[in-house]
Design a protein. Structure first.
Length: 330
């Protein structure tokens, strides 16, 4: 039986709100945009002129007409807007990071339970063709038990220069809470929970920023396996690279020059899968997945609890860097 399109409101008309809007409009069989919400008049005018969809300055009265709210505001407003949307009756997709603190993330989890609403943490990187292929290979046992994870993620920082990302009161931090969240989520997807970390955060190029432009952390699992993760706004070529080293072999995901997945054995034999010519449709597939979860009333992944675990990893890394210590993850 054909499912009805999900009515959605998009909260925030900035870069990511506009991106989410464009994806929803490209999938009319799955989504119907009720309105785009933004307090700034110039943003609402731009959305009206460019996309011809309804706009509003607040959520009041609109969520009663919607099933899903996509929260795409600056990070500091994620908690309030997510809870307001659930209180008014909608499920939520909240862009990463779910919140800027673990305490706020727990408020979202509590609201999800109180109002019986689905919360998905935004994680389009899980829907990269390369990441999904790597996960498929790992689940098939291609490399045996995973022993070590190493990865880096980054941009050149120009996209966030002189914007709210540089203001810790709005962002919660720099590159590590920005693009780093994606890689932390992927590390958890493969390795599960971590119990402690140490880290270093520095500002090497964007000196005027009030936050770090490079962050590196070492995380340890309960059984003492390691994950080494670096995020930066200094990564000029490529965006995502990570390595999975297991008892029987390895998997390497790389987007430096091409989008590839290489799986190899200890004897030197390897195979490379090239997804460079595949459509860049991770946002589309993420929203289609969420739509199926809403229709089938099942919890998505990553959910609010997963999002909170990533924020715990971020907060621990910031504390470890400031105090030059190992920090336990609770």
């Amino acid at each position: 039986m054909k499912k009805k399109p999900i009515d959605v409101v998009i909260v925030g008309a900035g870069f990511f709100g506009t991106k989410r809007l464009m994806v929803c409009l490209a999938m009319p069989q799955d989504f119907r945009v009720v309105a785009v919400i933004d307090p700034a008049r110039h943003q609402r005018d731009r959305i009206t002129k460019q996309f011809h969809v309804p706009v509003a300055s607040t959520l009041q009265g609109l969520t009663q007409k919607a099933t899903l709210a996509i929260i795409a505001t600056p990070n500091a407003f994620h908690t309030h807007m997510s809870i307001e949307a659930m209180k008014m009756g909608t499920h939520v997709l909240c862009e990463k990071p779910l919140a800027t603190t673990v305490a706020d993330a727990k408020k979202i989890i509590a609201a999800s339970k109180k109002y019986h609403k689905i919360v998905k943490t935004g994680s389009n990187h899980r829907f990269f063709h390369t990441v999904q292929k790597a996960h498929e290979l790992y689940k098939e046992g291609a490399i045996g038990k995973l022993l070590f994870f190493k990865g880096s993620i980054g941009t050149n920082g120009a996209r966030v220069s002189q914007k709210w990302f540089w203001d810790p009161s709005l962002s919660g931090g720099g590159t590590f809470i920005d693009n780093g969240c994606h890689l932390l989520d992927i590390a958890r997807m493969f390795m599960g929970d971590f119990v402690k970390c140490t880290a270093s955060m520095t500002t090497n190029l964007w000196k005027e920023a009030g936050v770090e432009d490079v962050g590196s952390a070492l995380y340890i699992t309960k059984d003492r396996r390691q994950a080494v993760i670096t995020a930066s706004w200094l990564q000029w070529a490529g965006y995502l690279h990570f390595e999975l080293w297991g008892e029987k072999g390895y998997i390497i995901v790389d987007s430096t020059t091409h989008d590839t997945v290489t799986v190899g054995r200890k004897d030197g034999i390897f195979t490379t899968f090239d997804y460079s010519n595949e459509q860049k449709d991770s946002y589309h597939r993420e929203l289609q997945y969420l739509a199926s979860c809403i229709h089938e009333k099942r919890d998505p992944s990553p959910n609010a609890t997963d999002g909170a675990a990533v924020i715990a990893m971020v907060q621990a890394a910031y504390k470890a860097s400031q105090q030059h210590i190992w920090v336990p993850l609770r």
